[in-house]
Design a protein around this ligand. Sequence first.
Ligand code: FES
Length: 232
Amino acid sequence: MQETDIGTIPGWQPLMLSLDLPSATVSGAQIGEQKLAVWRDSKGQVHVSDDRCPHRGMRLSLGFVREDMLACLYHGWRFDEGGHCRVIPAHPDIRPASTICVPVFPAREHAGLIWTRVDGADTGDPPETEWNLPETEHVTPVRTIMINVPLATVMTQLGGASGTCVRISAAARKGPPLSLLIVARPAGHARTQLHLLLEGKAPQTLCKQAAFWAMDFRDATEREYAGDGSDA
Ligand code: FES
């Protein structure tokens, strides 16, 4: 079975559905060992930084967005999109030293998802998917689901795809087959995060069926993996 080194994951990785990060909010994510704070400013731009405040190490993903800066929950230090500290509330008249900063990572929104990469590269291109969706093509985000099974096993269950992006036709509990776009990424040694989208502008009824499919797929895959045990 393919081994996944969760400490060094190269390339663009999908973090969450775009709709799960409203304006002026922050959320947490993790790629391998790298913990991330993912935040959106009031103009809708997404930013990704290290999740550790350089002051006393508080998780920045537990903070908030204030005046288009990421603010730490503990003492309120604020960091701009470049990761530079701009405000220290306890010393409002002091301009923070340029050395006070938090590492940042490139962020992109593409195909209804927020992507980043933590391998130090930033090609400037949108993340590639095997769907080859043009930028203009519409997708409908459905949900993100966690499966307690390694990535390689999940991808085998999804039809043996070698990459992490698949397009499948899945049987719905009710109604016509679903045209699903799925992006997977390792979320630990034996955990996989799946982001589900539907092709085109899908009505709520189809989204509901796709969400049912995701839960059924998760339950069946976890059951089979637990029964097999070959990857444990
Ligand atoms: S720990 Fe973040 S401001 Fe103090």
